[in-house]
Write a protein that binds this ligand. Structure first.
Ligand SMILES: Cc1ncc(COP(=O)(O)O)c(C=O)c1O
Length: 384
């Protein structure tokens, strides 16, 4: 059997919608000089500002994979010797600890299990006690490797009541889950290759006025990740370095698609598809990584492979049936599979195909499940 139409249902990078592909195929000029590029860049900022309830002037879109946003947040807000409260329930939460140390900061870690989420009451007590002296708090909204979603709104409230600055990695949730920076987010980080369905290469930052002031105080002297160079530059359309036109054209198209559907419809579609996928996984007798369905992210489902089944073999086999699914990272590597339902891939037809491929692949590995039963469970979970 030769399958040539493989669907990319990894939790980023994702399948790219045709409209976005076409937009990225547009002729490019010189983004340092072309007024039509400035217009589109500004349109992207306005749409992002609207999506995140941020001020347009506080939105930066720069060239660099999303990790550049995580590193920039630390570089610009943490001075050598500063204590930083690192809230972690997973792989990327832990990554902040390393970043803080690498800039000479002192991470004070509040850690819960990968299968769990951060508890606002416990975080509140941590911030009042162990992390009392920390000025900056870091956390991850959706922990992609374990498929969990933290309650950002409640956690932001707790952080703000302690008068600290909050840095949030929303790389795999931005665009698929409601986020309002007015909840109390000082640096919000997004990436192009997740819900926005572009290739990797753009980082999106929403920066609060307090964070800009803190960056002035900290006085980071590096160049590429220095947010100060972007503040005025973006208003004057004099970028510190040459932008990536094609990616910005794609971003504009992706955001237009979101707006055409309507933000609340986009978010409820993600929730419905996620319910369906979790239901389908559980109908197979498999266990999702989050301790509770309530913790499972609308954008990604992570689940354990059955005993005696090789995670790598299932992925390899699923590819033959037309779906590119993912394994996981850190302590979950080799034990967990993940399906991303992000933006365009949070779709009835795409997830039906992905689940069909997964079911066939599991059968190939000796784990017996019926495609029809799994699809029924998916559709009933979605409510279709
Ligand atoms: C939560 C989160 N943060 C950051 C990133 C960026 O990391 P990477 O460079 O591995 O794509 C990812 C990508 O998976 C992510 O899921």
């Amino acid at each position: 059997m030769l399958i040539t139409d493989t669907l990319i249902v990894t939790p980023g990078p994702t399948e790219i919608p045709h409209r976005v592909l076409l937009a990225m195929a547009k002729r490019t000029t010189n983004p340092d000089l072309d007024p039509s590029f400035f217009k589109l860049y500004d349109e992207a900022r306005s749409m992002l500002a609207n999506m995140l309830s941020a001020q347009r002037r506080n939105i930066i879109i720069w060239v660099g994979e999303a990790m550049s946003g995580l590193e920039a947040a630390v570089a610009n807000l943490v001075r050598s010797g500063d204590k930083v409260a690192v809230l972690s329930n997973g792989f990327f939460g832990d990554a902040f600890s390393d970043l803080v140390s690498s800039y000479g900061g002192v991470p004070i870690l509040h850690r819960v299990d990968y299968s769990s989420v951060l508890d606002p009451d416990k975080v509140s007590s941590f911030l009042r006690n162990e992390a009392k002296e920390a000025r900056v708090v870091t956390m991850v909204h959706c922990e992609t490797p374990s498929g969990t979603l933290n309650n950002l709104r409640e956690l932001a409230k707790v952080v703000k009541s302690e008068d600290k600055l909050l840095v949030v990695d929303a790389v795999s949730s931005m665009g698929g889950v409601d986020i309002d920076v007015k909840w109390g987010i000082d640096v919000l980080i997004g990436g192009s290759q997740k819900v926005l369905n572009l290739p990797s290469g753009l980082t999106i930052l929403a920066i609060s006025d307090d964070a800009w002031s803190e960056a002035e105080r900290v006085g980071y002297r590096g160049f590429y990740l220095n947010i100060k160079y972007w503040r005025d530059a973006v208003e004057k359309m004099e970028f510190p370095y040459t932008h990536s036109e094609s990616l910005v054209y794609g971003l504009v198209e992706s955001l237009r698609m979101i707006n055409e559907e309507g933000l609340s419809n986009v978010y409820s579609r993600h929730r419905a598809i996620s319910r369906g996928v979790v239901n389908a996984i559980e109908s197979m007798g498999l266990k999702i990584v989050p301790d509770s369905k309530e913790y499972s992210s609308p954008t990604v489902t992570a689940f354990y492979v059955p005993n005696n089944v090789s995670e790598a073999k299932v992925r390899e086999s699923a590819l033959k049936y037309g779906a590119f699914i993912a394994g996981s990272w850190g302590p979950l590597r080799g034990k967990v599979l993940r399906i991303g339902h992000m933006g365009y891939t949070a779709s009835l037809s795409i997830m039906t195909s992905a689940l069909m491929a997964l079911t066939k692949a599991l059968n190939d590995s000796g784990y017996r499940v019926k495609v029809g039963d799994v699809i029924e469970a998916f559709l009933s979970g979605v409510g279709a």
